[in-house]
Design a protein around this ligand. Structure first.
Ligand SMILES: NC(=O)c1ccc[n+]([C@@H]2O[C@H](COP(=O)([O-])OP(=O)(O)OC[C@H]3O[C@@H](n4cnc5c(N)ncnc54)[C@H](OP(=O)(O)O)[C@@H]3O)[C@@H](O)[C@H]2O)c1
Length: 253
């Protein structure tokens, strides 16, 4: 059974990945969709032709990861596409954040993403694709979004290295690094503090970001960055002094 597996499929880019993968890869037998809100996942079935296997899991919980491992062992799918989209961020200085968010961002964005990738690896066949949702926040430390940015640097570093390890199996790993994207992400991110005005102006359309990512993953690109502005940010992050950028970010808040 050939499948795609998408975490964070109940909203935003994960949901969009499910829709676009269903259209672009009609030969897949199923798309497995993971999130906590199973009502949202069930509704998604109305919008896609490919049968969905709905898996309600809180990926920050060890018992959920154990359950996921058992489901894989039971069905033994051939995973052609893995998309790790589950993730969240909270804006605010570290000392202002709640303890459960300080550790929760790391649990979901780093630990769960790594665990899901690791558990799926035995079921990924040659010439398959792994798509990891990182962020342009991965390119630089971000005062006021420090833990989130650090978790995404982890995703980018981990995914790049994994890509080299999997070359012999012709499996590619693409890190998707968008700037701000118009999704429910900000309903959670902005609970206590707002994003700066300039980020609101450059919000991208999730449909376009996902279409671009699927295309670049098909070509085996290591990093997918949507839009000229974010591409310029990625390039400049390689030579601009981090101290200067951190000062600018701090003053722009
Ligand atoms: N939006 C942006 O500006 C932006 C920019 C760069 C990168 N990203 C990254 O892109 C990815 C997708 O974000 P998005 O913008 O699509 O956000 P979103 O609309 O808030 O979607 C996040 C998804 O993660 C799932 N999720 C959250 N906590 C979970 C948990 N404990 N267990 C399982 N699933 C969980 C949510 O489902 P449930 O609540 O139903 O569990 C939801 O489906 C994230 O990794 C994010 O960091 C976002």
């Amino acid at each position: 059974m050939k499948i795609a597996l998408v975490t964070g499929a109940s909203s935003g880019m994960g949901r969009e990945f499910v829709k676009q993968i269903s259209q672009k890869y009609p030969k897949l037998d199923e798309i497995w969709v993971i999130a906590r809100r199973i009502d949202r996942l069930s509704e998604l079935q109305k919008e896609v032709k490919t049968p969905l296997k709905i898996i309600g899991l809180d990926l920050t919980k060890d018992e959920s990861l154990n359950e996921f491992e058992s489901i894989l062992a039971e069905y033994k799918p051939d995973v052609k596409i893995l998309v790790n989209s589950a993730g969240y961020g909270k804006i605010g200085n570290v000392e202002e954040l709640a303890y459960e968010d300080v550790t929760g961002m790391i649990d979901l964005n780093c630990k769960a993403l790594t665990a899901v990738t690791y558990l799926v690896l035995p079921y990924i066949s040659n010439r398959s694709r792994i798509i990891q949702l990182a962020s342009s926040a991965a390119f630089m430390p971000q005062p006021g979004f420090a833990i989130y940015a650090a978790t995404k640097s982890y995703v980018l570093s981990f995914s790049k290295a994994l890509g080299y390890e999997l070359k012999k199996r012709n499996i590619t790993v693409t890190s998707v690094c968008p700037g701000p994207v118009k999704t429910e992400f900000f309903d959670i991110a902005e609970t206590e503090h707002s994003i700066p005005f300039y980020k609101k102006v450059v919000m991208a359309d999730p449909k376009k970001v996902v279409a671009h990512a699927i295309k670049e993953a098909a070509f085996g690109k290591e990093v997918s960055v949507y839009g000229k502005l974010m591409q310029a940010f990625k390039t400049s992050s390689k030579f601009l002094p981090q101290k200067m950028v951190c000062n600018i970010i701090s003053k722009g808040r």
